[in-house]
Design a protein around this ligand. Sequence first.
Ligand code: RP5
Length: 173
Amino acid sequence: MEAVSPLVSIIMGSSSDLPVMEEAAKFLEQMQVPFEIKILSAHRTPDMVKDHVSGLRQCGVKIVIAGAGGAAHLPGVIAGYTTLPVVGVPIKASISIDGWDSILSILQMPPGIPVATVGLNAARNAAIMAVQILALEDGNMAQRLELFRQEMREKIVIANEQVKNLKYKYLID
Ligand code: RP5
């Protein structure tokens, strides 16, 4: 691919987050959105988080998708270093108590520095939200999203046809 700047930065706290966060990468790939992937930790490499995130806007990045588990400070710390929108992905990591630790760490930001938080492990939803934001200014991207919606709709229509094949004495159709 020719050299293009990423529009979305996917950042996660550890390589152990990658299996979850790759769902965001796959959706961006499907929507033909250039992105980068970085592993940066709010606790282990705070200086690297600051250096990288501070320069994102200048590099042309429009949105950050940030995932972390446990005491998941990374999305909030990133939001503190940039005025780009940050979509946070709480991850149920091996150190997580039950996932609520990461959800609340990302969701419950102090006033003034929001992180738009998706569901537990919902990296794909984060990417969908990122593309919806980008599509505000990009008609082609909006069309791809419409197609994606259409495909989801068709799956439900097919599923409805399939449940008609269920055989129960008291099932009324
Ligand atoms: C968090 O700690 C990371 O985002 C990850 O979810 C969790 C565990 O990290 P590792 O010990 O697997 O590197 O900072």
